[in-house]
Design a protein around this ligand. Sequence first.
Ligand code: HEC
Length: 711
Amino acid sequence: MKRHAARFTMVALTALALAGCGTGKDEAGADGVAQIDQARLENAASDQDNWLGYGRTYAEQRYSELTQINDSNIGQLSLAWAVELDTARGQEATPIVVDGVMYTSTAWSKVMAVDAATGKVLWQFDPQNDGSKGAHACCDVVNRGVAVWKGRVYVGTIDGRLIALDARDGSKVWEVVTVDQKKPYTITMAPRVVRDKVIIGNSGAELGVRGYVSAYDTNTGKLVWRFYTVPGNPADGPDGAASDEAIEKIARPTWFGNKYWELGGGGTVWDSVVYDQELNQLLIGVGNGSPWNQKYRSEGKGDNLFLSSIVSVDPDTGKYKWHYQINPGETWDFTATQQIMLADLTIDGKPRKVLMQAPKNAFFYVIDRTNGKLISAKPYAPQNWAEGIDLKTGRPIEKPNARFTDGPALIYPSGIGAHAWMPMSYSPKTGLVYIPAMQHAIAYGDQKPYEIHPGRWNTGVSFLDPPALPGLPDTVEGRRKALDAMIKGSLVAYDPVAQKIVWEVKRDWPWNGGTLATAGNLVFEGTVRGEFEAYSADKGQKLWSFQTHRGIMAGPITYRVNGEQYIAVMAGYGGSMGMATKSAWEKRKMPNGLIVAFKIGGKGQLPAYTPVPLAKPDPSTESFTAAQIATGNKYYYTYCTICHNGPVNPDLRRSALLKDKDAWQQVVIKGALAQNGMASFAAYLKPEEAEGIRAFVNQQAKDLLKEEGGE
Ligand code: HEC
């Protein structure tokens, strides 16, 4: 099938790989390739040549002291090399660079090693995921990166495996299944390594799973400890996990009703896990509830720990130390999974060991990481759900009807977040945090009736047909347009001590890329419009940009090889907004992703690019009944919109299959394209319901054709 035909062929072994050849499975890295150990990671801040961990150092500040590229010579920054990837699906990884070699993951959890100076591909690895697993990915089949440790490369896969590869040639050393693969678990986060333990969480709270984070022995792949973030079914007894005591004593008493475990409760640890080397603690960012709507999850009561919390555990045992909950009784998809960044700040004249987070809910949190107590919190983006955060209790002061208990409410930010997984950076030189921020509103209401669709999206929230609300237009169409008009992005330079925005670059669209700060007074950020841009770190003046022709979401990095500084980033649009919402570029096909690297006086070339326009809608002339169209309307928004409403996957209104009843059935019911990520919906839809969706989409195709000036 399509994706497999494009499967990577193993590139011939390079000189580098040959140097360490042997069986490729013996004691890893005896030849010195990819030698990262505890001491090297703990000293990563002063290792200017390399980018050794996901956030560069354990503190994950994404800041480099390199100044060869700076605000006075940035005009000479140009492409050094580019590598074209094998798909147009989203690219979210932050590459690791060790001693001249770049290791990165790509969509579908594939891995590659590239010569960091030339872009020459050294090896590639395909974990051979079943394509239909793509249906369990809430937000595209993305992967945010690998971990490198003692000659091995670690990756989590979209089907829930953790795989160790030999860094010399990409051959598999071991793999373990970290989740119950019958459930809609996925992995998209980058693993982290602490003292020979590789830490990995998982995703799936939109669909219905119970979150946890696990530590595996880097040598053997054996489970060392596991920490569950929410209580399970009490009838099943204790988990026999490191979290048992914390779950029973602290978490379970905050949940209500007799079925809060029915959909797993959520609380997935899907992105941020950070090791604090000074205090020897692991800080875990915990996600939203499953379902989102607390009324259906926990009778609308209780804090529902440890949802939307930062939890500190002992990295060796997984034992609970403390927690701070950002959104007690989470009900909007407000997660605390966003980047956790560690720093030493001077606040009120005193040095404080803090963690900083800009979670989805639009408040910037500065927290004392010695004890989890809140120091300060102020909004870094527009929000309308809280009056503020009470510094005494650490709890938000919610506005009336923020929980849509008295009927639907228009809330911003939405579950997309004022900041998603896109990494932020911090420059100790300017004292500013650079946040890829967003504005996005949703009209939240209770889904009525509440229905569970096992293995599909289950939020308990109705947000696709914005209801009539004061200040919004009368028609559904008008309201959709009004909500669309509120969608914006910005690059925010935020002073975490003063808790205020110092400068801001407003963008007409959200879902822009992660940021990188350097001592050269530079901040780099890619945009959804394909520009890779540099700003002065102190003032926010635009100094440079480069057009890559595909939206950039990932976090950039910098490193040095043979004395030359490089800036690199992965380009490729996708993720949740890429699949479910309009993009800055709607009228063309997304090209395959890229890795691009820049240096002063670089002479590289992008692969040739010619925009491919989207097909004109070509609806069927068959007539469908109003009942068919109504059925299709309902099921389209229940099952299809989350993947087919953005530019990454086919726009069904433009599909040639609209005219072919049988082919439509083959795809939607029989799973003819399952291997490419379009799973069969036979478990959820009867053939006549799938036909109803065709009727509904066909109607939409006719409208689109008119809009675009056709007949
Ligand atoms: C989890 C994501 C996901 C969901 C949910 C999803 N699809 Fe798809 N769909 C895809 C992907 C990916 C493709 C492209 C497959 C390929 O490249 O061959 C696709 C392709 C298709 C195609 C073929 C279009 C063409 O012209 O080639 C049809 C028809 C389709 N989907 C219908 C549906 C319907 C109907 C639903 C809802 C019942 C649905 N899809 C839900 C991911 C999804």
